[in-house]
Design a protein around this ligand. Structure first.
Ligand code: UT7
Length: 333
């Protein structure tokens, strides 16, 4: 799905991110399961990840990231019209994590809900809120990608436990003033024929966790990594190309590509296929691992604050995740 109607321009007025204090290194993981720092770094690029404390929920990380984004945007909590939290690790199945964030921020005038699109959720939220603002339904939106994946990892499965981490990233979107940047083109897609490649099979209504099945750990991430890898490279490359083309740009015009942070080999493969030099591709997965919906949001915030691009530059965000889902956005900053 792409942009067919162009309404009012929408810009990103502020970004923020928050990761838990506790660092879990590859060497520490190697003491729990049969793995090594060398395997994890070579196969994924990940060196460490952050793990939320026991009472630290997805909504807590989301709220901290949101406060930073709101401050940068110069928008008070009471002025927020819309809050969307993208997460697959909500505080509770219901109410939505966005409702807890609304409460914590005191954003009582906002409509708040969650979306579940795995690692693609933040860009799905961006497209939904961009459309709602450009249609005139809302003046602004707070979008957040937040995950506490450590609560849904099987810590005895070396194939998955080394990959994931916790954190949150946020952005404030609002109508752009003349001369400001804007979200120029967006793209999203889904292939429900491939649900079996990456899922948390238990804990929902299809497979509730009971006393009888609790030991089987159905409520943990299961992935056919090699298959997911192939689709990730193809879909992210295509999605990035589409938004670049639809924005009337070429890869040479893009100052920075911010991809989903799952695996450095996937990122390198996409950069190669887009003919994008490595120095124009933002990477922070060595510090945080794969934080699903939070990953691209945290990366956007860190890239913007690190000076990876400046006002007026064109950037591309591109993501991929369970569903399978994928999305991209071309933005003039
Ligand atoms: O965020 C949503 C999108 N997710 C992704 O994009 C993830 C995509 N997939 C991947 O990133 C990679 O497929 C993985 C990092 C998950 C796995 O890398 P791989 O190169 O595809 O490895 P593999 O699964 O084919 O495993 C290769 C070998 C196997 O041993 P044998 O069968 O060759 O003897 C595994 O048992 O590596 C073994 N292995 C490990 N060894 C040490 C798997 N996990 C580990 C581990 N430590 N943690």
């Amino acid at each position: 799905m792409s942009d067919l109607i162009q309404g009012i321009d929408v810009c990103i007025a502020g970004t923020g991110s928050h990761v838990p204090e506790h660092i879990l290194t590859n060497d520490e993981l190697a003491m729990r399961v049969d793995t090594s720092d060398e395997w994890i770094v070579t196969r994924t690029g990940i060196r460490e990840r952050r793990i939320a404390a026991e009472g630290e929920h997805t909504s807590h990380m989301a709220t901290k990231a949101a406060r930073i984004a709101l401050e940068q945007a110069g928008i008070e909590a009471g002025e927020i019209d819309l809050i969307i939290v993208a997460t697959i690790t909500p505080d509770t199945l219901t109410p939505a994590t966005a409702c807890y964030v609304q409460q914590a921020l005191g954003a009582h005038g906002a409509v708040a809900f969650d979306i579940s699109a795995a690692c693609s959720g933040f860009l799905y939220a961006m497209k939904i809120s961009k459309r709602l603002i450009s249609d005139g339904a809302f003046n602004n939106a707070l979008i957040i990608g937040a995950e506490k994946l450590s609560a849904f990892v099987n810590w005895e499965d070396r194939a998955t436990c080394v990959l994931f981490g916790d954190g949150a990233g946020a952005a404030v979107l609002r109508k752009a003033e003349p001369g400001e940047g804007s979200i120029i083109a967006t793209e999203m897609g889904t292939d429900g024929r491939l649900t079996h490649l990456l899922s948390i099979p238990g804990g929902g209504s299809a497979c509730p966790i009971t006393i009888d099945n609790a030991a089987e750990r159905h409520a943990t991430l299961a992935m056919l990594g090699k298959e997911v890898f192939k689709h990730a490279v193809t879909r992210m490359k295509e999605a990035a190309e589409r938004v670049i083309e639809r924005a009337g740009l070429t890869p040479g015009d893009i100052a920075c590509v911010i991809p989903h942070q799952a695996n450095l080999r996937i990122i390198d493969a996409i950069a190669d296929r887009l003919d994008m030099p490595n120095e124009r591709v933002f990477v922070n997965l060595h510090k945080y691992g794969n934080t699903s919906a939070a990953a691209v949001a945290i990366a956007l915030d860190e890239a913007a604050r690190s000076g990876a691009f400046k006002r007026g530059d064109h950037i591309v965000l591109v993501v991929f995740g369970a569903g399978l889902t994928w999305a991209a956005a071309a933005i003039r900053w």
